[in-house]
Design a protein around this ligand. Structure first.
Ligand SMILES: [Zn+2]
Length: 54
């Protein structure tokens, strides 16, 4: 999307998640999400989904 460099794009997409509540997009550690330690910076929600949907 934003970049044409495959490696950079991969790195950007890797840990990208979207908050299910406020749709805020950010990068988070997968481990943190799974262990429930991740919180949305905007609404403090713990509900996330991966960015890549299709
Ligand atoms: Zn949120």
């Amino acid at each position: 999307m934003a970049t044409k460099i495959p490696a950079a794009q991969n790195r950007l997409m890797k840990n990208a998640v979207v908050c299910k509540v406020c749709k805020h997009r950010m990068r988070l550690d997968n481990l943190k999400i799974l262990s429930g330690k991740a919180k949305c910076r905007k609404c403090k929600s713990k509900d996330f989904r991966p960015v890549r949907k299709k």
